[in-house]
Ligand binder design. Sequence first.
Ligand code: HSE
Length: 398
Amino acid sequence: MNKHKIKIGLFGFGNVGRGLHELLQNVPETNVEIAAVCVRNIGTRPADYPELKFTTSAKEVFDDPEVNLIVELIDDAEAAYDIVVTALRRQLPVVTGNKKMLARHLPELILLQKEMNTALLYDASACGSIPVIRNLEEYYDNELQISVKGILNGSSNFILSKIFNDGMDHQEALRLAREKGFLESDPTLDLDGWDSLFKLVILTLHAFGVYVEPEKIFTYGITYMTDADIRFALEKGRRVKLIGHAEKTRDGRLVLAVIPQLISKNKFIYSCEDEFNGVVIKGLFYGKQFLVGRGAGGHPTSSAVLSDISAIRYDYFYRYKRMKSGDLPHFTNDISFRAYVRYHDDSELDMIGFEDISERYISGDTRYVVGRVNLRRLHEIRSYLAERKIFIAAYPED
Ligand code: HSE
């Protein structure tokens, strides 16, 4: 790649695309410039940004002889996939932030990168500004990895923080998150845990060398959380956080889930607030380490994009070292854990099939139990749980 000047073909000019443009204007010495921007609708952009060249034609960008790097920052996962594949086939390195596309297509994209000997970097896709993927690849690559878990979604954390710390109601907090540009265009991606799920799939591949299809992972969010659940958490001295969780069990199996969790004060992520993400990485010898930073918003995410662009300049690419290890853990949902479950009638409890119940509360319309549930069972009945608007949170002992 031309080390002297990077000329970007940029796809998408939303929050992150605009953030990247602004960032490049503030650090001109990077020797990186945007040669062309491909958008769906041009609108008033040429007048608003006369310094940039806009087009609606992807072909025009790919055929531009000046362009030597593609940056893909669009919302639509399938269109993003086509852009990434086209770029790699033309041996144009690519930086992308599209977690949904990566979570679905990573195995084939890994092969394609190798075949074309062309880099695909995507640190911006998981945890915004925190360089978690590159750390998993380069720093934590030798140790016996035990778990990677944390707050992987900035907007739901922002909403939970406003509810738990500022006493805002759910709707008010949601409005504020939208105003600040933290939410996906479809906010259920944030609130129901899907955005965290896509990031978890990506992180798991780099942490444990295992790709697990998103459909196999139990994913449940905060949409059905009510005042009763908030009260329960506060009475127990805990906060609700939406946690993406990947952990190797003692017998070498790999458990993954995205689920709200009642977090106690002694945990690092208890005080990870607002749009910040926090990832706790645990290894056999170093113990726990906590990476924290802004996980949503145009500026923080575009700084991760710029870091990947710079890495391409020195021919960096992910080596997927863990995938080559001979002893990969096997994914399973067959584990049980303690949970808090707010329900409406006993048939719902029968459906969940608790292994035991240690606490039960009924008063007026509010009913909850604390007990042990099986993750595989929850995964099987996920749509039932959502239809019945049941709220579930993991409730660890400590
Ligand atoms: N909506 C996402 C979040 C943006 O809130 O984390 C960054 O992926």
